[in-house]
Design a protein around this ligand. Structure first.
Ligand code: GLU
Length: 310
């Protein structure tokens, strides 16, 4: 564990966008929230490109994201990690889980799962455990699944408060690798956060219900569990989805960040429940971030999704 000069544990946070489309208002909020939560404690803020899902990765987006972050005044610590370059590392971890018989091959298609599964909420399918005791003779493996124990995973979210999920009932055995190669997000995120010493994960609340799976994997792998903080989501004015144009925060998508950057950052601070002075938006991005580092109040971050007022 790394410590600061006062012998306190060094906070290591990160921002981990998927370069499948330009940065959007939600990613701006996640970048700013994770940055300020880390920097207010004098910590390190790492950057990781989650480019595992190669067919969905859009060429040029990762570089556009970096240019956008830079023009908004963000500075990251250390080298950027690209998940697409870490396949050997994930393979080693999966082999370990296979050896310990904590995972098993599953031959079910989505349609087959939907036919037997119960979907308690938000249409997330609970895997009914069809292949738990072996693939039936006529099936070939489509994925490797982790066997979950019948247990409730609980954690204290820095923003959302006490959170709990009964893994067996609300999620079921989950995929960590597809048979045709790709490693699943849950596996990669857990392995990468641990490898980088990340001890504070601040991200969008769309991942709140994924966190128990990640904590479960950390426990199986003997890895420490970071602190989690899930930030409210940005929704459209009428509660629906934002259009691509309204949502994009990117140089390539045509935002003039030199003109609008200060306004965007100050609006994101307000979205996070902070009270920046009215004239702050005329300052340079780096000054706005400095104000945030000095004044950020985690207790003021709202728990509910809201629209973003520029
Ligand atoms: N790559 C994920 C996303 O862009 C975030 C993953 C995380 O922060 O754990 O939604």
């Amino acid at each position: 564990m790394m410590t600061t000069s006062n012998n306190e544990t060094l906070t290591i946070g990160r921002f981990a966008p998927s370069p499948t489309g330009p940065l959007h208002l939600g990613s701006l909020v996640a970048a700013l929230g994770s940055y300020l939560m880390t920097k207010r404690c004098g910590g390190l803020w790492l950057l990781r490109m989650e480019d595992l899902d190669l067919p969905r990765v859009v060429a040029g987006v990762a570089d556009d994201m970096l240019a956008t972050l830079e023009s908004l005044g963000f500075e990251w610590d250390g080298e950027i990690v690209y998940q697409s370059r870490r396949g050997d590392y994930y393979r080693e971890i999966v082999d370990r889980l296979v050896e310990r018989e904590l995972v098993y091959p599953c031959g079910c298609s989505r349609t087959e799962i939907a036919q037997v599964a119960s979907a308690p909420h938000d249409a997330a399918l609970v895997y009914p455990g069809t292949c738990r005791n072996g693939l039936s003779a006529h099936k070939t493996a489509r994925a490797l699944r982790v066997r979950v124990a019948d247990e409730t995973v609980t954690f204290a979210d820095l923003v959302m408060g006490a959170s709990a999920q009964d893994l067996g009932r609300e999620c079921g055995d989950f995929v960590i690798q597809r048979a045709d190669g790709p490693f699943a997000y849950h596996l990669a995120v857990v392995v990468d956060d641990a490898a980088a010493g990340v001890n504070q994960v601040v991200r969008g609340a769309d991942l709140l219900t994924s966190t128990p799976r990640q904590i479960y994997l950390q426990r199986l792998l003997g890895l420490p569990t970071p602190q989690y903080g899930h930030l409210p989501l940005v929704i459209g004015g009428n509660g629906g989805k934002l259009s691509k144009r309204e949502n994009a925060v990117s140089l390539a998508a045509g935002r003039d960040l030199r003109r609008e950057g200060g306004k965007l950052l100050v609006s994101a601070l307000r979205f996070l429940g902070q009270k920046p002075p009215a004239d702050l938006e005329r300052g340079a991005p780096s000054e706005i971030l400095q104000w945030g580092v000095a004044n950020f109040d985690p207790a003021a971050v709202p728990r509910v999704s809201a629209s973003f007022h520029l």
